[in-house]
Every structure is written in C-alpha cells, then in structure tokens.
Design a protein around this ligand. Structure first.
Ligand SMILES: Nc1ncnc2c1ncn2[C@@H]1O[C@H](COP(=O)(O)OP(=O)(O)OP(=O)(O)O)[C@@H](O)[C@H]1O
Ligand SMILES: [Mg+2]
Length: 330
C-alpha cells in the first residue's frame, strides 16, 4: 500500500530533489500492553508539499500512528522516517522537523498568546529575539495578532485552535501533523481552520491530518489513506478514490419475502442480505424507475428505501467489496 510520490499521475519520473518523502512508514505494528493490536503492518508515504488525510472511524489506529510518528508512542515493529531521518535512530533530528497539533487544547490558558508562542520556541532552543519575530508572523497568519496580549482564556474556541496551530509552527516544522483538529467544533470554526491550514500548506509546509470527516479531507487534501482496524484499506489521490462514489448505494425494505431468484436489472447490482432487504448499487446517472419496474414485474414490493448516506461508510463498503482496488498503489 505504498504510493509513488516520485512519479506523477502519468507515470513520468519526478524531480529527483523531491524524491525523499516527508514521511515514510514501513510495516508499522503496534500492540499495546493490553493486547490490542492497534496497527497491523501499516505502510505509507507522504510526499513533500502534500496535504494528506488519514481518514478512519473511531479506534482505527490514527492517533496511534501519529503518536508513533511524533515519538509519543513506541512502535512494536516497523520503521518511520521523516524526510529520510529514522525516528528511532535519530529521534531528535526527526522531531525537529515535525510540528504536532494534538486534539485537545493543552496550552496554559492564563498565559497570553504571544508568551505561549515565545516560551514554546524557547523550549526548542530558539533565541528570544528570533522567537518574538516568528511569533508575530505566526499570530498574523493565524489572524490573532490583535489578541497577542490578551489572556488566552478569553479567546473563542476557534481562536484557541488557531493558536495551537501557530504554536506548532513556531519551530518552523517541515511537516505539520494534526490529530482531528476539527473534532467537535462547529462548522464556522472548522472553515476558519481550513483557511489557516491551506495557507500554511501553500507556504510550503507538508500537512498530515487525521479526521472522521470525508468532507473535510475532500475539501483540503490531495491524497489520503483510509485506515480501519489498524490496516490501510485504501490510499491514493483523493480524486481517484472519490470517483468510486459515482456509484450510489440504496437499502430497500421489502414487504413480505423476497423470491429465491432476484430479477436482473441491467447496469445495477441487487443483493439480498436477508429475505426482507435488498441492497442496490447503481450509477448516479441511472434512472430508478427501471429498477422499480423490474422489481414490480417480479412481484417484489418495496416498502421503504434509504440511501447509504455516509460517504465515508460508502467508501469503506466499496473498498471492502472490491479488494485490490484500493486506489493508486505501487
Ligand atoms: N494506551 C493505550 N492502551 C491500550 N489500548 C489503546 C491505547 N491507545 C489506544 N488503544 C486502542 O488502540 C486502538 C486504536 O486506537 P487509536 O486511538 O489509535 O484510534 P483512532 O483512530 O485515533 O480513534 P479515534 O478516532 O477515536 O481517535 C483502539 O482499539 C484503542 O482502544
Ligand atoms: Mg484518535
């Protein structure tokens, strides 16, 4: 499940200077002390400059992976390299290239935004003078400069989250990693953060973010990997993964029992998971009347119908239903 960041979509060899990926993970495994296998052999590459989404449901292993990459969690086996630097062999050098934005707000809310940034940089050995100039630049980019001197307790939820990002940027990381930066925040705050993140990426920083929301990944990211139960089930360019969603899925509840043999409907797939339910897959462009006509002719009465509405779930269903077609993999 490894992408090929050194070749573009047409297969042309890319600029060799871009050949070292921002992140390279090989066969990463993590079994926690309680026996939970959180990662079961994950391999993945993120190219420099990318905006990459790690997508997956609760408990999939996203935070475990981010924890390992940022040296907060020890891997059971496997290797991780950040811009070619092994995180185990040269931990300090690898960490200096990473900025981490954890899910929970974890700065001292009694400090002022400017002090939070300057002190953080100082902790990483940046001189006070340099830290002060970086802090101004980061606060301006985060649209927080006018809040530099207020108690950060008084910042709104969205401002607090932008401050977390500004803080992570103080060490000038080449790779910014965010763990569910928008979990549980309202849509306005989310959009606000999206703007900031896009700006940071446009300014040259590689970004990896984990999220539950396909819509968020779709809006922000060029490439993504989907992780489920500790395994990558799909990865590749956003566009090619979303192309699979041109097929629409419905669940039909049937009155009475289904016949033993289902009528064929050209262009669509009908599956009966039980005697009272039909699952219908068809291209978005197809007319539903044709399906109903065929069902009607076979004496099948549809009582109700719903779409499989969650697009991420939809993508999972398609990924699991079509193994080996998990995106553009080498
Ligand atoms: N410190 C720990 N000790 C034991 N098990 C853990 C620990 N941390 C995570 N796990 C388990 O490992 C699995 C993966 O968890 P992880 O936190 O990596 O998932 P996630 O994808 O980040 O989920 P979420 O979206 O809910 O944050 C889960 O089954 C979780 O219960
Ligand atoms: Mg998590």
């Amino acid at each position: 499940m490894i992408q090929t960041p050194t070749a573009d979509a047409a297969g042309h060899a890319a600029d060799p200077s871009a050949a070292v990926p921002a992140l390279s993970i090989r066969d990463l495994r993590k079994t926690y002390d309680n026996g939970v296998q959180a990662l079961k052999g994950v391999s993945l590459e993120v190219a420099e400059g990318d905006f990459f989404a790690l997508l997956g449901p609760n408990g999939a292993g996203k935070s475990t992976m981010i924890g390992i990459v940022s040296s907060l969690v020890n891997p059971t086996s496997g290797t991780v390299e950040v811009f070619g630097t092994d995180i185990t062999a040269r931990r300090g050098a690898a960490m200096r290239q990473i900025g981490l934005v954890p899910q929970e707000i974890n700065f001292n809310t009694f400090e002022k935004p400017l002090d939070i940034l300057v002190n953080y940089a100082g902790f990483y050995g940046v001189s006070r003078r340099e830290a002060a100039s970086r802090a101004e630049a980061e606060l301006r980019r985060a649209h927080l400069w006018e809040k530099a001197g207020v108690s950060s307790r008084t910042l709104s939820g969205g401002m607090k989250r932008r401050l977390m990002i500004a803080r992570a940027m103080m060490t000038r990381p080449r790779l910014l990693i965010l763990d569910e930066p928008t979990a549980g925040v309202d849509i306005e705050i989310r959009r606000d953060m999206w703007r900031t993140l896009r700006q940071i990426n446009a300014d040259g920083t590689t970004i990896i973010l984990t999220t539950h929301y396909l819509e968020e990944a779709e809006y922000l990211c060029r490439n993504l990997a989907i992780i489920n139960h500790g395994e990558i089930v799909a990865s590749g360019p956003m566009k090619s993964l979303l192309a699979r969603l041109d097929v629409e899925g419905f669940v039909l509840d049937i009155d009475g029992e289904l016949p033993a043999v289902l009528p064929p409907v050209e262009g669509a797939t009908l599956v009966a998971p039980d005697r009272h339910t039909l699952e219908l897959d068809m291209p978005r462009s197809m007319n539903l009347n044709r399906v109903f006509a065929a069902l009607d002719a076979a004496g099948i009465r549809v009582r109700s119908m719903r779409t499989r509405s969650n697009r991420l779930e939809e993508l999972f269903v398609r990924t699991v239903a079509a193994p080996g077609q998990g995106g553009d993999q080498a």
